[in-house]
Design a protein around this ligand. Structure first.
Ligand code: HXC
Length: 295
């Protein structure tokens, strides 16, 4: 285990004051944790999701806990017309400064069993839905010459790929391509796009769909060089930094926060972690003896 204590306060309490931030899927999971952090740091928050009761409960709790300004809108981001109408309503109240593409859909399945509707269910949320929201915001930012920032939540399998989550891997890869493409196209217009690729940050929604057994969950959460799962506060702090004015020269990048997980197994000699202490000692050259055995 390494560094598993509660993260300390590292920001000024007004870091995000004056920023209006939309978090898609902000009523639960990582979206809720990020939204809470943004409010604590002075942002005004808008959350959207498919279930009004979930959003209302989250908004009430966040308001009671932080005293911050929060609005919520029921929105299924797979519906392009509904996205445009809702983003129009949000901007009519006040322009957004930041969009966090957090809403996602995922489940573990053997790829050969996926129906077309199963593939679409995930890709339509993660890739198409995020693009609809990004374009709906971008059009308005560009028309108003309003500087802005888009942060998309990916996964490290956006570049490695991953078995058993094929639609999500394809969609996250597409979202990374959107981030890089628009970073260049919209950078001159004052709009930056960045991404975060989290490793294992347990949430009930993701774990219920992706990790069917407790023993597998434990192994998944600890099979990274730091030997522990991520804490939501660690992800939320990274997101807060990336949407803050401290990160205004970062554009088109994806920051990985996974304890080094994705590289574990990628290095050709990772198998050497199976060696015993005695075997390592036996491999060291002895004093006065050359490694090839000659002296
Ligand atoms: C095979 C499945 C399936 C499963 C659904 N389907 N679950 N197929 N295995 N486990 C199929 C259905 O049979 C159906 O196809 C089609 O998918 C649509 O299913 P619906 O239930 O009608 O879809 P819908 O209600 O729109 O739900 C969308 C969803 C659901 C994506 C399937 O899981 C969801 O709403 N998820 C949102 C929250 C979420 O997933 N959070 C986790 C994100 S974690 P047929 O052909 O039968 O009609 C993440 C990153 C993880 O993204 C990174 C970890 C490190």
């Amino acid at each position: 285990m390494s560094g598993a204590g509660e993260p300390r306060e590292i920001f000024r309490p007004d870091l995000l004051r004056g920023k209006r931030v939309l978090v898609t899927g902000g009523g639960t999971g990582l979206g809720l944790s990020m939204g809470r952090r943004f409010l604590e740091l002075g942002a005004s928050l808008v959350i959207c999701g498919r279930r009004g009761s979930v959003l209302e409960e989250a908004a009430d709790r966040l308001k009671a806990d932080t005293g911050g300004e929060i609005a919520w809108h029921v929105l299924d981001i797979r519906d392009a017309a509904a996205v445009d109408a809702t983003i129009g309503r949000i901007f009519a109240e006040a322009p957004l400064d930041v969009l966090v593409n957090n809403a996602a859909g995922n489940f573990a399945a053997r790829s050969e069993t996926l129906s077309p509707r199963a593939l679409d269910a995930v890709v339509n949320i993660v890739l198409h839905g995020s693009a609809y929201v990004t374009l709906a915001c971008g059009r308005r930012w560009i028309a108003a010459k309003h500087p802005a920032m888009v942060l998309s939540i990916l996964a490290t399998y956006a570049w490695t790929g991953s078995p058993y989550v094929l639609p999500s891997a394809m969609a996250k890869a597409g979202l990374l391509a959107m981030t890089r493409s628009l970073a260049v196209e919209w950078g001159p217009k004052g709009i930056r796009l960045n991404a975060i690729a989290p490793g294992p940050f347990p949430t009930p929604g993701a774990w219920s769909r992706l990790v069917p057994r407790a023993d597998l969950a434990a192994a998944f959460e600890t099979s990274n060089p730091l030997g522990r799962p991520g804490q939501h506060a660690e992800l939320a702090n990274l997101a807060a930094f990336l949407i803050s004015d401290g990160a205004t020269f970062i554009n088109g990048d994806c920051v990985t926060i996974d304890g080094g997980e994705w590289m574990q197994g990628a290095g050709e000699f990772c198998f050497l972690d199976k060696l015993t202490e005695a075997e390592w000692e036996a491999m060291r050259p002895q004093k006065g003896v050359r490694v090839d055995g000659s002296d």
